[in-house]
Design a protein around this ligand. Structure first.
Ligand SMILES: NC(=O)c1ccc[n+]([C@@H]2O[C@H](COP(=O)([O-])OP(=O)(O)OC[C@H]3O[C@@H](n4cnc5c(N)ncnc54)[C@H](O)[C@@H]3O)[C@@H](O)[C@H]2O)c1
Length: 317
């Protein structure tokens, strides 16, 4: 199936503009795309308008495409109406397999045959969603991170019936539009980055549950050491550098047995009411009554600063 050049895509359809779909909308508008949107919530259009207005100054700081227009979106009355002219579809409807399958059924007849459909799903398999669809081979996962207009990573995962060519096209599409896209080569629960996240969260919860450290101090250990480094290099390169001139080979030979011993010693906590209360109380103490919106806004502003600083330091801007 001949597809348009990924970098030439202009018309994008969004299905769902909640937390994630709104972020996608801001991202694509900042990239100069025009959007057709379907979201059945009665206040969806009003909510999105307010979200775009609030987010736009951050996009101005991150860098807008010359053709960026914050008003270049319109809502359609149906999912079919939103996709019929689209060159790419990003679906961010609620995380419910039956509902997503039903939504895909609604767009079957209207979808242009060459149009790729990417689902933002965090936990569902595209294999289960593409089954029985017209052109099942062009359905793929394009999983972003919250907030999608700021976080660069997108995980691309194909299903049983997805063409390899569609995976390559989708990776190229996201990369041509300012994203760091990676391919996840097997369908696994939670894709990749969230699995890494919950692996760490397991030990973070264990540390609080067992009284090893407070919620605030566990977070400080990540913010002031691990996370600071992880914004620059990943866990594998970290190990390589920790090995000195002998690199990863030396580190694995020297400290591999200790790492395995620590793995065997990691906790397997349960989120029962007692542990949950410890976590909630610890978080209340750590945030000292600051509202979530306030904390999220501060995080987003700092993320923009960090991304700009890193781009500049790497000579990318
Ligand atoms: N929240 C996150 O941190 C996060 C991160 C990455 C991916 N995701 C994924 O993104 C998707 C959306 O999650 P969210 O957090 O934005 O949910 P949300 O509840 O905030 O938003 C869902 C939106 O979909 C709309 N909707 C309901 N039925 C619909 C339909 N039939 N067609 C189109 N839109 C419909 C709702 O009105 C709502 O605006 C999920 O698949 C989720 O797994 C979420």
């Amino acid at each position: 199936m001949p597809r348009p050049n990924p970098e030439d895509i202009q018309r994008i359809a969004l299905l769902g503009t909640g937390t994630i779909g709104s972020g996608w909308a801001v991202h694509y508008l900042a990239q100069g795309k025009s959007l057709t949107i379907y979201d059945p919530a009665p206040d969806a259009e009003e909510r999105l308008g307010a979200f775009v207005e609030a987010a736009w100054p951050k996009m101005e700081r991150l860098g807008l495409s010359p053709s960026a227009d914050r008003n270049a979106f319109r809502f359609a009355a149906s999912a079919a109406g939103a996709v019929h002219d689209a060159e790419f579809v990003q679906e961010s409807a609620p995380e419910n397999l039956a509902a997503k399958i039903d939504l895909y059924r609604q767009i079957d007849d209207a979808l242009p045959p060459q149009t790729v459909v990417a689902s933002s799903t965090s936990g569902l398999f595209i294999s289960d969603m593409q089954e029985g669809r017209a052109g099942a081979n062009r359905y793929v996962v394009g999983h972003p991170f919250n907030p999608p207009h700021i976080m660069p990573l997108v995980e691309v995962v194909g299903g049983r019936q997805t063409d390899a060519e569609v995976i390559d096209w989708t990776l190229a599409f996201y990369r041509a539009h300012g994203k760091q896209a990676i391919q996840i080569r097997k369908e696994v629960a939670g894709h990749l980055a969230n699995r890494l996240q919950v692996a760490l969260l397991r030990e973070a919860v264990h540390a609080v549950a067992e009284g090893i450290a407070s919620v605030q101090d566990v977070d400080a250990a990540v913010v002031h050491a691990l996370g600071l480094r992880w914004a620059l290099i990943g866990p594998h390169l970290t190990i390589h550098l920790a090995g000195g001139p002998g690199g990863m080979r030396h580190h694995l030979e020297h400290l591999g047995p200790s790492i395995e011993e620590w793995w065997d010693n990691l906790g397997t906590p349960h989120l029962n009411s007692q542990v949950n209360e410890k976590l909630i109380e610890g978080m209340e103490a750590a945030t000292a009554g600051r509202p979530v919106e306030d904390l999220a806004n501060e995080r987003d502003n700092l993320l923009v600063e960090l991304i700009q600083t890193l781009k500049k330091a790497r000579g990318e801007s």
